[in-house]
Ligand binder design. Sequence first.
Ligand code: ADE
Ligand code: ZN
Length: 344
Amino acid sequence: MTTSQNLVELIHKLPKAELHLHIEGSLEPQMVFDLAERNKVELPYKSAGELARLYDFEDLQSFLDLYYQATAVLQTEQDFYDLTWAYLKTCQTEKIVHAEIFFDPQSHTSRGIPFEVVLDGIHGALARAESELGITSRLIMCFLRHLPAAQALDTWKSAKPFLDRIHGVGLDSSERDFPPRLFADVYALARAEGLYAVAHAGEEGPPAYIREAIELLHVSRIDHGVRITEDPDLLAQVAERQIPLTVCPLSNTRLCVYETMAEHPILDLLDRGLLVTVNSDDPAYFGGYVNNNYLALAEALGPSADQIVQLAKNSFKASFLNDAATMKWLTKIDSVAAELSLRG
Ligand code: ADE
Ligand code: ZN
């Protein structure tokens, strides 16, 4: 299938929000090498090209093994700042005007990097992006689910003095055999402090984990959630309650959740009334940022212009922006789409 030039232009020009982005997953191979040199870290690869050739994953775990290894080059506040700023500059070129960003404090504190160093670096870049680029953001702290829940509670305690800069909590890392219910206590503490709750569920794990995340963690969004297709009752409930799914098409094909993009259910879910959004997950590893995800699904699934507009609108409807900001962007999307269709 070839995507029409009009659709390609629409994808590039529509304002979009990104709601599922691990900042550590935006660490490009060249930056791994630059930071390794700056911090005198020895890498087991000779070049950025050699590293990138390893990005041929068979499942989530094979990716995570490399991802955690690469994060070891992130050591100083400046490193976290540079990483985040590079992502936000890319947002500017992609017309991403709002980003809700995950970070994994445990993959840094476990290496002796203080929580505050990570947060100060990321937050410094977010503040600059809002004032210089007009890009708004929210920060979501993820707990690593392959580690014991007691360590998530320790992480929560470390975060308590900084909650003015953290908007939500999330759950990521190896999904199989690490059900959401293990983290109910730490989520209850975070929600009691007024934080939003989201969780990865139904990426590799069963639909039952989506149900647990909703019923036991009381999440307001599900990250991935694509295996909801296996449970029609749950699908109907999630559609009825308009609980958003932050879907990541390139991630799902690169991690072999689907063999080809042609099998991806995102448009089917959209047509069944689910509030699905398009996101990049770990763009440095999976073949690109948000626009590449739209382009890849457009190429394989042949969406209509209305479906692309709906996906962009969903990204704001599913965001943690207030109603006024959401309305502003929905109106802007309508005017960009109308202008392009008049010309087309
Ligand atoms: N951490 C970074 N990317 C992830 C993904 N796709 N699933 C689970 N944990 C992650
Ligand atoms: Zn993710």
